[in-house]
Design a binder for this molecule. Structure first.
Ligand code: 2X7
Ligand code: FE2
Length: 297
């Protein structure tokens, strides 16, 4: 078997608004428009990814929250309706997806060998979380690839941010090791926003873009600082400032998703391509790709 590899990685935020605004057939609510900067950024990322040969998408989502260890989907296929608990008027999405259970088990085993608490999720009626669904849809709306879905074990809430960081780094290394041994060509997705303070009221028309902006300038400054680091290849420094970012910008990266991704990519020093930055109900979201040279036009 040829050695597997992580072909590309992406920061792929999951506000359900981005699917709502695009009106795909799987989603019931209909929209006029909205959040074009982010949606067109995703469109360009999809175009670049189309140049790559991929076998699997591996995604870590903050909205599958497991408090005893990290869990992985361990059933070959899921089909159901996903309804966002906070935005049920925007996201009622009929999903149908397949899972690369063999690779999921390999990540599970590699994590265990590294001393992490890991568990395979074998309930066929399990409802897949909307973060996983939204990020995977926005990256590959045809769902042609199987996924490996990894939970967030919420170590930053249950213990503290430093425990989260160490566990996410170890999980990233274990994920990379399992992919290498599997022979798969993988795309990794960190499914999360950057700054994550959101408005608690919504305009009458959710896609009214005259109401959309960051909740606070300080959060914008933090998001720009992180994007400057990404654009200049300073990803180790980014991981080092992650605890401060999470505390000050209420980062959704407290899930470990971005630390996991950068660890799995072994802290890329090549500039990450920022396809888009924009706010969704006040939160800061960036679509970023770490793609091989041949995919970047
Ligand atoms: O889960 C989310 C999110 N992270 C950001 C914005 C809006 C909704 O859902
Ligand atoms: Fe979220």
């Amino acid at each position: 078997m040829t050695q597997g590899r992580i072909v590309a990685g992406a920061l792929a935020p999951h506000p359900p608004h981005l699917i709502y605004a695009e009106n795909p057939p799987q989603n019931e609510p209909r929209a006029e428009c909205g959040w074009e900067t982010l949606r067109w950024g995703y469109e360009r990322l999809r175009r670049d990814l189309a140049a790559l040969e991929l076998d699997v998408i591996v995604v870590l989502s903050p909205h599958w929250q497991t408090y005893v260890g990290t869990h992985l989907l361990g059933v070959p296929a899921f089909k159901s309706l996903s309804v966002d608990p906070i935005f049920p008027h925007l996201f009622r999405y009929h999903y149908e997806l397949t899972v690369d259970v063999e690779l999921a088990e390999a990540v599970h085993d590699a994590g265990r060998a590294a001393g992490l608490e890991m568990k395979m999720m074998r309930n066929p009626d399990f409802r897949v979380d909307y973060g996983t669904i939204v990020s995977c849809h926005l990256v590959r709306p045809d769902w042609a690839l199987p996924i490996v879905s990894i939970s967030s074990n919420r170590a930053s809430s249950y213990y503290n941010v430093d425990v989260m960081q160490e566990q996410a780094k170890a999980l990233g290394r274990a994920t990379a090791e399992a992919i290498r041994a599997s022979g798969r060509r993988a795309l990794l997705l960190s499914s999360c926003s950057l700054s994550h303070r959101h408005f608690v009221t919504e305009s009458e028309l959710p896609e009214d873009m005259s109401r959309e902006h960051i909740t606070h300038h300080g959060l914008y400054l933090w998001d720009m600082e992180l994007l400057r680091m990404i654009r200049s290849g300073r990803t180790r420094e980014l991981v080092d400032v992650m605890p401060e970012f999470i505390a000050q910008a209420i980062g959704e990266t407290d899930s470990g998703a971005l630390t996991w991704l950068l660890s799995a990519l072994d802290y890329p020093e090549v500039p990450g391509e920022v396809y888009a930055y924009g706010t969704v109900i006040g939160t800061g979201n960036a679509v970023v790709g770490w793609l091989p040279e041949e995919a970047r036009r």
